[in-house]
Design a protein around this ligand. Structure first.
Ligand code: G6Q
Length: 543
């Protein structure tokens, strides 16, 4: 039970509130003019990440107040509680220990007095042996063919992480092993995925923490029937299906030998699970060594987050800037804009990571909050977004803080002269500059623009952004980046005093879908509201 003082009644919050009107009347142009060194002083490094946060509408004084707020909200205490296996997911009475999955130090991590590290290491070693066997061709399909296609069947946290990381690390992947992901219950997803695959060369990973999720189990049964029908032998399951789950009983019922099951534990939240056995598809794609390098990157950021003082702590600074933008400047959204094609699913991954974690409106004690919590998170890779939605970020009426992410070195250099990459990074820098500094009416006039067009050509600027620069997209760098965003979410949840690790909000829809399915075709629907009734009648008549 939380004993924290209501957030908006704290003196730290009220002091911050007192700075809002001043900041609303100041432009980033002035902040930079007043402190020509701002671009250097409001930046930091952690691991391989260089973070420039100077283009935010805050001052060092405000940052100090935000740090005081973090201290007053016991961020440090909660951080220790998370890393040490305390049950900080209070509504589910669970520990939150994704950090143990990337603890490569060998030190014990206790849950209910038991060290979880031996189990973690045992499962990872099982994954490594299996991945090596599949990648080398030692593991063969039922008819003796080598596995060429991996189909991960899972949804939400059992899908988005594996998809995001296999895409992010595609450059490093074994190119004759093709990765596919089926998540949607819409039959088109599995149909289109399986239609050109040879079942004799296909391995299905059924990835589900609970092994009861309707979408995943429906797709898993469809894949099972497809395989048995095509290969003509139920025994083929043994060589073509493996499971990643916490639920041995259901896995066995499905027909998968527990020997081909990779377990994880209730203290791994779905959206924080990609470094558990849920990452099996990642390991198959890039191999055990690079999977380990990914874990090393996570561990680097975990250690930084756990040990660095708050003012030097990158996830904390990212979180506090987000709090300032959300709770004091009134932003309701954040865009994540990677200037790196391989990171094209990174925004979608943290859309879930952030919105499912911090999309809450009661405190841990169950009191309605009187402040905004998690922002709406979205984004697309640069430069594509520039030709789509950036217009609204530049000249629309809403405040949309942006995170730009870029890498110094490209992974691909088609012309051998770095042309693509220089242009890509020039665009990133141009966008963050334009958002911050804009273009005044006088500057527009000086370009000879007709007076009636001047208002249309003015860029107000003063739009906040962070820029994260890293040397190169490696598994290690990716691990650092993901962990930084995870811990940012944690810090914000701590300040807002919400449970960032439950997701009760996804339950109601699931329950209602189960109810509706029973009556959709021809059952009695009188108990539904008039809108749902009319929609069902219309659906039936259109069939
Ligand atoms: C993530 C959520 C959710 C979950 C899916 C799949 O944190 O809990 O996205 O991952 O609902 O659940 P299963 O892995 O149990 O199928």
């Amino acid at each position: 039970m939380s004993t924290l003082e209501p957030l908006t009644e704290t003196s730290e919050w009220q002091l911050l509130q007192a700075h809002v009107s001043a900041m609303q009347n100041v432009h980033l142009r002035e902040l930079f003019a007043n402190n020509p060194d701002r671009g250097h002083t409001m930046s930091m490094r952690a691991g391989d990440i260089y973070l420039d946060f100077s283009k935010n509408r805050l001052t060092p004084d405000i940052l100090q107040l935000l740090l005081q707020l973090a201290r007053a909200r016991n961020v440090e205490g909660l951080r220790g509680a998370m890393f040490s296996g305390q049950k900080i997911n209070t509504t589910e009475n669970r520990a939150v220990l994704h950090t143990a999955l990337r603890n490569l130090s060998g030190s014990a991590v206790l849950v209910d007095g038991e060290d979880v590290m031996p189990e973690i290491l045992a499962v990872r070693s099982q994954m490594e042996q299996f991945a090596e066997a599949v990648r080398s061709g030692t593991w063969q399909g039922h008819t003796g063919k080598r596995i060429r296609h991996i189909v991960n069947i899972g949804i939400g946290g059992s899908d988005l992480g594996p998809v995001m990381v296999t895409e992010a690390l595609k450059f490093y992947s074994q190119r004759d092993l093709y990765m596919h992901f089926v998540s949607n219950i819409d039959g088109s997803h599995i149909e289109e995925t399986l239609r050109n695959l040879d079942p004799a060369e296909t391995l299905c990973i059924i990835a589900s923490k609970t092994f009861t999720t309707d979408e995943t189990m429906t797709n898993a049964h469809t894949a099972r029937s497809w395989l048995i029908e095509k290969l003509g032998d139920e025994a083929a399951i043994a060589k073509h299906f493996v499971a990643v789950s916490t639920n041995t009983e259901e896995v066995t019922k499905f027909g998968i030998d527990p020997a081909n099951m990779f377990v994880f534990w209730d203290w791994v939240g779905g959206r924080y699970s990609l470094t558990s056995a849920i990452g099996l598809s990642i390991m198959l794609s890039v191999g055990p060594q690079l999977f380990r390098e990914l874990l090393e990157g996570f561990e680097t950021m975990d250690t930084h987050f756990r040990t660095a003082p708050l003012e030097e702590n990158l996830p904390v600074i990212l979180a506090l800037i987000g709090i300032w933008n959300t709770n004091f400047l009134g932003a309701s959204t954040e865009a994540i804009l990677p200037y790196e094609q391989y990171l094209h699913r990174f925004p979608a991954y943290f859309q879930q990571g952030n919105m499912e974690s911090n999309g809450k409106s009661v405190t841990k004690a169950g009191t309605q909050v009187d402040y905004n919590t998690g922002p709406i998170v979205w984004g697309e890779p640069g430069t594509n977004g520039q030709h789509a939605f950036y217009q609204l970020i530049h000249q629309g009426t809403r405040l949309i803080p942006c995170d730009f992410i870029g890498f110094a070195e490209p992974l691909n250099d088609p012309d051998g002269r770095g042309t693509h990459h220089r242009k890509l990074i020039a665009n990133l820098l141009a966008q963050s500059h334009a958002l911050a500094f804009g273009k005044t009416a006088d500057e527009v006039r000086a370009e000879g623009v007709a007076e009636e067009l001047v208002p249309h050509r003015v860029f107000e600027g003063n739009r906040p952004s962070n820029t994260l620069l890293l040397p190169r997209l490696t598994p290690n760098a990716l691990g650092q980046l993901i962990a930084a965003y995870e811990h940012k979410i944690f810090v914000q949840g701590a300040i807002w005093d919400i449970d960032s690790f439950d997701q009760w909000g996804v339950e109601l829809g699931k329950v209602l879908a189960k109810e509706i399915i029973g009556t959709l075709q021809d059952g009695d629907i009188d108990s539904y509201d008039s809108s749902t009734q009319a929609l069902i009648h219309t659906w039936r008549s259109l069939q």
